[in-house]
Design a binder for this molecule. Structure first.
Ligand code: BTX
Length: 327
């Protein structure tokens, strides 16, 4: 990390206590003037620093941004998020991450942006990614699994994000199979999992995560204002995005490891405990057909089983689910 980042992390770690300029200069082996220049540059990023005579510098406030400097001090992971590629704006973090994965970026690399101008959903749909209001990030993971199991990582991710949201906000999100996270029936998170693999080995899975955090309803395009929501809309409070991002990475690592070591069973139990699909009457639209019936459950492979009105049981691997209400 750069000298500027080292200074900033000392200020953050001091938790409101003054940090001596002389001590910084000695430790980093640079002049007081250089320290001062770095502090100016940190202030230009939106941090407010107060100089207290004879004592040192105190960090008064931090900007609401999701830079590595903000996320990493909150991180409690071994590998996920240890390398963070940050953008104030980009087309889509997913595209950048896919390129990086191809170039060999290590397991756990994160691409995150304040804003996406061309955020992607599944099947080429678009994803609203308002500047500075959400978490728009793509995580590159390289689990030792075969490609047929990669889709289950969507469910692993859904469980991880649900858990993180619950812990940071006290809200109770529900998972709609396979990858929508809802609060009060409205979509707060979308997950897009992409695979780079050969026939028998996964090179990388790129998990694209979009969480609506601090938007007001008017930030969403009109067409989704009835179906989308943000954490702030639901609990009335601004949420620290970097803290939430760090928590998501923590649970993604925890449950990703659990999945690789112990298989899908423990994930299935967690997923079921958070889900709002099983037992409901649903309409499932796949690429080929539309099925209507009762969602029976998910199999040990993460496949959703639906009991049609004819009594026939069908498994779907990928579909858009519309909840039609209780059975
Ligand atoms: P999805 O296909 O399940 O959802 C896309 C649909 O959801 C859209 O067609 C629209 O109806 C609705 N929608 C669009 N934006 C939002 C929003 N902000 N909140 C709620 N509903 C919305 C879900 O696809 C996968 C989304 C992944 C987004 C992440 S962000 C980081 C990464 N980069 C990138 O380009 N995509 C991923």
């Amino acid at each position: 990390i750069s000298i500027k980042e080292k200074i900033l992390s000392q200020l953050i770690n001091a938790k409101g206590e003054p940090v001596s300029g002389q001590k910084l200069a000695d430790e980093l082996n640079i002049s007081r003037t250089m320290i001062w220049k770095h502090l100016k540059s940190i202030e230009e990023d939106g941090y407010v620093i107060e100089a207290i005579k004879k004592k040192g510098y105190v960090l008064q406030s931090i900007p609401d941004i999701v830079t590595p400097e903000q996320i990493i001090p909150n991180l409690n992971t071994k590998q996920l998020g240890r390398t963070i590629d940050y953008y104030t704006t980009c087309e889509s973090t997913q595209i950048i991450a896919a390129d990086k994965a191809r170039e060999g970026a290590p397991h756990g690399t994160v691409v995150i942006a304040e804003e996406q101008t061309d955020g992607r959903g599944r099947l080429d749909r678009s994803w609203n990614s308002t500047a500075n209001k959400g978490i728009w990030m793509s995580v590159i993971i390289r689990p030792a699994i075969s490609p047929q199991f990669a889709a289950q990582f969507t469910l692993v991710s859904a469980v991880a994000i649900t858990q993180a949201i619950q812990e940071v906000t006290n809200l109770t999100p529900e998972i709609k199979w396979p990858n929508d996270i809802l609060i009060n029936g409205k979509k707060v998170t979308g997950i897009l999992t992409e695979l780079q693999a050969d026939m028998d080995i996964v090179h990388s899975i790129i998990i694209g995560i979009g969480v609506n955090v601090n938007q007001e309803l008017s930030a969403f395009e009109e067409s989704i204002q009835k179906t989308a929501t943000s954490l702030k809309i639901e609990n009335g409070e601004e949420i620290d995005r970097s803290l939430l991002a760090a928590k998501i990475l923590y649970y993604l690592e925890k449950y990703g490891d659990l999945y690789v070591e112990n298989g899908f069973k423990p994930i299935k139990i967690l997923w079921e405990s958070h889900n709002c699909t099983i037992g409901k009457r649903i309409r499932a639209t796949t690429l080929r057909e539309t099925l209507e019936g009762v969602a029976l459950g998910i199999t040990n492979d993460g496949v959703l089983e639906i009991k049609l009105d004819s009594g026939e049981i069908r498994g779907v691997y990928s579909a858009d689910i519309h909840l039609l209400g209780k059975n």
